[in-house]
Design a protein around this ligand. Structure first.
Ligand code: PLP
Length: 278
């Protein structure tokens, strides 16, 4: 990883040491963000730091003392990353003797960040192959927590079945992907699950909904049921890692090869990236 950030210091990854009693290690007790970098410039930085602050507040993880907004740019510079990259930032509840109850309030959160060069998988633009997965996650999916075992299980199962992404279904509703938000086009209308404790408030999702509104593309935050998937015209996924990616198949059933609504949104999203980062 080269140079990483740990608790206020920039240092080689081999020297970034964390106690095994860190609650991120013993309890998976932390929150995180992944920020996309285009052309050496962090994209939607304020939105990611806003969500990180929200995650900390919801998880009752105390304020990290040093401001972190400068960390992505400094990590990029220190690692010579001038093109496309990802930055990962994690905040845990800190190091404390193992106990289910929270450590004393003076316990300092642990803050770790790293950056690496990133190129999207070209296969994604051709259409994601997806599978449906029972949503066995906890009921606070609105918090971006580091305890990602259910997401990891589903991502691994998708990979083993030759798919790119698993789509979580809870109470018959397609909620979101293992690392993405889910959109379907039904009767010309773009639909995505409403914000709730069952989905992450995706930053790319919000950009797409804003673009729909701005450009007169009909859209609605409403549940899409798994039983409706046979009738949908298009499906696409949004995330920091995927951008906006059309879906080619769900559980082996092909979706229409043409996806004009997704194509339009992809073009509009690229415009936003160009405007912000180039
Ligand atoms: N849903 C889940 C479960 C995720 O992990 C992610 C991103 O990692 C998303 C949705 C998409 O969110 P964003 O667009 O902010 O990357």
């Amino acid at each position: 990883m080269g140079i990483v950030y740990l608790n206020g210091q920039y240092l080689p990854d081999s020297q970034a040491l964390i106690s095994p009693l860190d609650r991120g290690f013993t309890y998976g007790d932390g929150v995180y963000e992944v920020i996309r970098v285009f052309n050496g410039k962090p994209f939607l930085l304020a939105e990611h730091f806003g969500r990180l602050a929200d995650s900390c507040a919801k998880a009752r993880i105390g304020a990290y003392l040093t401001p972190l907004e400068e960390v992505p740019a400094r990590l990029l510079e220190k690692n010579g990353l001038a093109g496309d990259a990802l930055v990962y930032i994690q905040v845990t509840r800190g190091t404390a003797p193992r106990s289910h109850v929270f450590p004393p309030p003076e316990t300092k959160p642990t803050v770790f960040a790293m950056a690496w060069a990133f190129t999207p998988n070209p296969a994604w633009a051709q259409g994601m192959i997806t599978i449906l997965e029972p949503d066995v996650r906890w009921s606070r999916c609105d918090i971006k927590v580091t305890s990602l075992m259910p997401n990891s299980f589903s991502a691994q199962r998708a990979k083993e079945l030759g798919a790119h992404e698993g789509l979580f279904v809870r109470d018959g509703v397609v909620q979101e992907g293992t690392l993405s938000n889910f959109f379907a086009v039904v009767g010309g209308e773009v639909r995505t699950a409403p914000l709730s404790n069952y989905i992450l408030p995706g930053i790319t999702r919000a950009v797409v909904l804003d673009l729909c509104e701005e450009h007169g593309i009909p859209s609605r935050e409403t549940q899409v049921f798994a039983t409706e998937l046979a009738q949908v015209e298009e499906v696409f996924l949004t995330s920091t890692v995927y951008d906006v990616a059309p879906v080619r198949s769900i559980d082996g059933r092909a979706l229409p090869a043409e996806h004009p609504v997704a194509d339009r949104i992809i073009a509009l999203f690229r415009e936003v990236v160009r405007r912000e980062c180039f």
